[in-house]
Ligand binder design. Sequence first.
Ligand code: SF4
Ligand code: SF4
Ligand code: SF4
Length: 427
Amino acid sequence: MNQETKTYRKGEIPGIIAINARECKGCDACKRFCPTGAITGMFGTTHRVDVDRCISCGQCLINCPFGAPYETVDPVDEVAAKLADKHVTVVGIIAPAVRVAIGEPFGMPAGSLVTGKMYSAMKKAGFVILDNNFAADLTIMEEGTEFIQRARHALFGEKAEHGGGIGPLPQFTSCCPAWVRFVETNYPALIPNLSSAKSPQQMAGAVAKTYGAAQVFNVAPESVYTVGIMPCTAKKFEASRPEFQSAWHFTKEKGGSAPSAPYPDIDAVLTTRDLARLLKKMKINLAAENDAEGGTLFAEYTGAGTIFGNTGGVMEAALRTAWVVLTGTPLSKIEFTAVRGLKGVKSAAVTLRDRKYGKEVTVKVAVVHDIRANIRPIVEEVMAGRSPYHFIEVMNCPGGCINGGGQPVCDTGSSWIGRVLPSFAWS
Ligand code: SF4
Ligand code: SF4
Ligand code: SF4
């Protein structure tokens, strides 16, 4: 990409989505779905993506009727080569939303849940399984704990245990890289409000190359090659961010045999579409596979990790953690149904007793998906200091990651959610 960019750091991929000028009809359809106004071009002329405004969400790609937008990064051949190398442990990190979409390119109905078949197909291809639901559980513990710390600081003046600062409320979730880049490029004053917890993909990569290498795979960290299997194009951008080299820093600090040049926590990201191409290239028919188990510690997970792929899932999982930690009692009813569903902005208030301070607190939360339609009033309220919320989940894509920019594309250019949930109403 020769375009000059102003908003990317050294090493970062400057935009995952571009438009093929030969295929673009200038119909303007993509502009309706772009959350940032990054697509330029007059009606009837070739359109292009302004990479500095783009957050790499891929919504233009899955909604173009002519298949003109494409991904600039295609790691399928590189991953195939690593799978063929017997000296490399290739870890496939499978996001929750992939397992309900990957059946479709193999002729199964949209929405089929194929976790066992996917494990089997990927093991046949040579992957070791790390279910990203495992890492989603780690994220929940980190993000929930951070929220409790921020809330106790704001409500009771509690100081950080090991010194240092405590972020402000409301706390925003940080697991959607398109949302994180949206904040960085549009509302930088709100960066401290983003949770400092890494996304499940990045936690998974760091864990695989540290604890995983030493305790689970019994290999050197540098021989572990981590592959995010994601419903998301923005995850390719996320993996290239220079702060995500934690395993290399950790190994070096512990005196391990780290090479002089840092290696990333995630080496490659395959979208759901990419994984289908890889398996087909290897002549593996996922639909014909029998169900298999993940087969490692990293394939264990809770229901909280599973619901991450839906809008409201991160919040519901974090609320469960906050409840148990703050009250010290198990939940009698595990579901927080107020944050479920496809409404653009959902809110809930949960009153509980903080056992440490012996006081009742009411936690107000909001869940937002589809940045394009729903985010501006929420962030402007926060900027003005008028937000009633303590914790806000934001997912860029309409419906959350199940409708991510890396999911299968319909020939007529309608995104996945429109086919699986025909009643879904675009705002
Ligand atoms: S929707 Fe597709 S064909 Fe239409 S302007 Fe956008 S990229 Fe071009
Ligand atoms: S990837 Fe997302 S932000 Fe970028 S041009 Fe497409 S719709 Fe807009
Ligand atoms: S909502 Fe999910 S799929 Fe969409 S950009 Fe965010 S992380 Fe990616």
